[in-house]
Design a protein around this ligand. Structure first.
Ligand SMILES: [Zn+2]
Length: 307
């Protein structure tokens, strides 16, 4: 009898623990609503399987964004080739090629800078129609007036990343100090959180991180848990006004690595070029991925693997 009572006691305490655990799970599993508190940066759970993207110093350029030279970019022979293992794709890529039976090994990240803009919805629609997603780096001072577009971009599965408040070279880089730089991103992070309920930790430096983002700024970014992406392919779309064919050509010329991060902007010529760019990349066997914080890998000109 005593033994039975003991067993009953043990069983009931187990069930109490279990239900407490379940309640806890429900609370912590709930989706954060817009305007929720800023979330802490995610733990990067898969650094081992992330591809090593080596970028290097861009050629000095008067361009709006710096240029990553063709020969200086990703070395095809380098890096962790575990990406070849279909169970270890670098991100939750979207294989849009119906004929391929195995997950694609080649992954491309389309990135769009300088939004939100009057083009944001059109770009998102175009991606939606193709069943793919992209990573957007938006400017904080432009969010007002485009709240719905920003929300929608995020809700439809795209990543809304940070591209500073001002996009102003002078304000961001001329002092060489980390404080004003960090402050712009922290301010923008809070604004994006209010709009989307997400807390982006991935930034892109206006005009690329070289030479403006110095070692001191990188230290502070790393301390603050920010990540920073440059790119491996510069479509130069901003310079080809009314010349979508040139943009397509530029992308074709530069794309060759197993993992590519393509720099584009929210421009009308980019929208015109986009269907052909997507077609080309699919034909080349790429699947399209969107930035996932928990699958972060480094893509920055300084090769700083903390970022
Ligand atoms: Zn920009």
């Amino acid at each position: 009898m005593k033994a039975l009572v003991t067993v009953a006691l043990i069983l009931s305490s187990i069930s109490i623990v279990m239900s407490a655990y379940a309640t806890n799970q429900i609370i912590h599993g709930s989706k954060s609503a817009a305007g929720a508190k800023l979330q802490t940066p995610p733990a990067v759970t898969a650094p081992v399987v992330a591809p090593q993207i080596t970028t290097s110093e861009p050629r000095e350029s008067s361009a709006e964004e710096a240029v990553l030279t063709e020969d200086s970019a990703f070395k095809p022979g380098s890096g962790d080739k575990s990406i070849a293992n279909p169970d270890k794709s670098p991100a939750s890529s979207e294989n849009t090629n119906p004929r391929s039976a195995v997950p694609a090994q080649k992954v491309v990240y389309l990135t769009f800078d300088d939004g939100p803009s009057k083009y944001t919805d059109t770009i998102v629609d175009l991606l939606q129609k193709r069943g793919i997603h992209a990573t957007f780096f938006m400017i904080g001072s432009q969010l007002a007036g485009y709240e719905e577009s920003v929300k929608r971009t995020s809700e439809l599965g795209n990543y809304v990343g940070l591209h500073s408040m001002s996009h102003n070279k002078k304000k961001l880089y001329d002092t060489g100090k980390a404080d004003p730089f960090l402050k712009e991103y922290q301010q923008e992070q809070a604004l994006v959180n209010e709009l989307t309920g997400t807390t982006p930790w991935l930034i892109r430096a206006p005009y690329g991180s070289k030479p403006g983002v110095n070692a001191d700024i990188r230290d502070r970014l790393a301390e603050a848990n920010f990540k920073m992406w440059d790119w491996t392919v510069d479509s130069k779309d901003w310079s080809y006004t009314d010349k979508p064919d040139k943009i397509v050509q530029e992308v074709k010329r530069q794309v060759r690595r197993d993992t590519e991060v393509i720099l584009m902007h929210e421009k009308s010529q980019t929208i015109k070029a986009l269907p052909e760019i997507i077609d080309y990349l699919q034909k080349k066997g790429y699947s399209f991925a969107v930035y996932k914080p928990e699958m972060h890998f480094s893509v920055n000109f300084a090769k700083d693997d903390r970022l």
